[in-house]
Design a protein around this ligand. Sequence first.
Ligand code: UT7
Length: 335
Amino acid sequence: MYTSRITGVGAYVPENVVTNDQLSKLMDTNDAWIQERTGIKERRHIKKGDGNNTSVMGVKAATIALERANLKPVDIDMIVFATLSPDMYFPGGGVQVQEMMGMRTIPALDVRNQCSGFVYALSVADQFVKTGMYKHVLVIGSENHSGGLDFTTRGRGVSVIFGDGAGAVVVSRNEDGKGGILSTHLHSEGKHKDELALQGPSTNYWVPQIIAENPTEDIPYYPYMNGTFVFKHAIVRFSEVIKEGLKANNLSVEDIDMLIPHQANLRISQFVQHKFRLPDDKVFNNIQKYGNTTAASIPIALTEAWEKGKIKEGDLVVLAAFGSGFTWGSVIIRW
Ligand code: UT7
């Protein structure tokens, strides 16, 4: 068995900044409510004509990650693309990246695990590298939320939270064998699948049915979130899965140099931080600027933390996520 490590990180967010005040002109919301409940000050939205979509943003983030890994697209052996907002119903984003980046006819796999998507995707990449099957796997998390949200008062419980963006990492065979991805821990509990979901268009709610029913109240084609219910489960699962990862490696909370939680809500990150008594400089949050970018949030935050010099060689970095499904997971990394 080999070990794997992250050799390059990259992120891209659209230029268009959307503030809370701008949203309050579209719906009955306000800056104070959004900041108090979520910590979010602004987010990025793709602007019509700016050339972005989910796979294009993924390519932009991946290009930076590859450069930092000192690799060319031809060196990549596999793409794992995590998103809940693909450009097309099928095929997925991975094949679009393969085409746009001029890669060999390598495997391209899409992961559909929403807010846990990046952690799941990273775990998949880790298994392929550890077994020796592949040497360099490109992992992307990218989301175009703004294209599918309800920006009326009806949708305010969801639409103020989510933002667009992409992040990417290269997972490579760890040539010197020191550190790297120590372990990944994944979970699911499908009985809560309806608490945070987008029902259609899908084979349950296919386009002709939506048109025929023309639903106005119970709208299956906008995301639904039982926010308080999700919040309560999130804080429990985040804590559990971080502890699980540390225990598996005989580590304790004191060993953590940097915790990068999925950016679901600043209040969730703060709850976990206080529970583990971690100082401010050991938890990285940037939801204030980008909102919740789902599968992209961890790689965007990881990239920003790395760019700011907050992650150094030898640091113990912990990634943790929770979201729709419910699914959750953690990754323990010796950088
Ligand atoms: O990333 C995947 C996982 N997702 C999460 O982890 C999200 C977890 N949940 C949350 O972050 C929070 O539950 C929210 C931020 C979504 C909501 O915060 P909350 O404190 O749970 O608020 P609430 O849903 O209980 O709503 C409180 C009130 C309601 O009004 P009434 O019924 O008390 O009159 C809502 O209608 O706030 C109202 N409300 C808003 N008001 C202004 C809901 N959305 C808004 C809004 N602006 N955008």
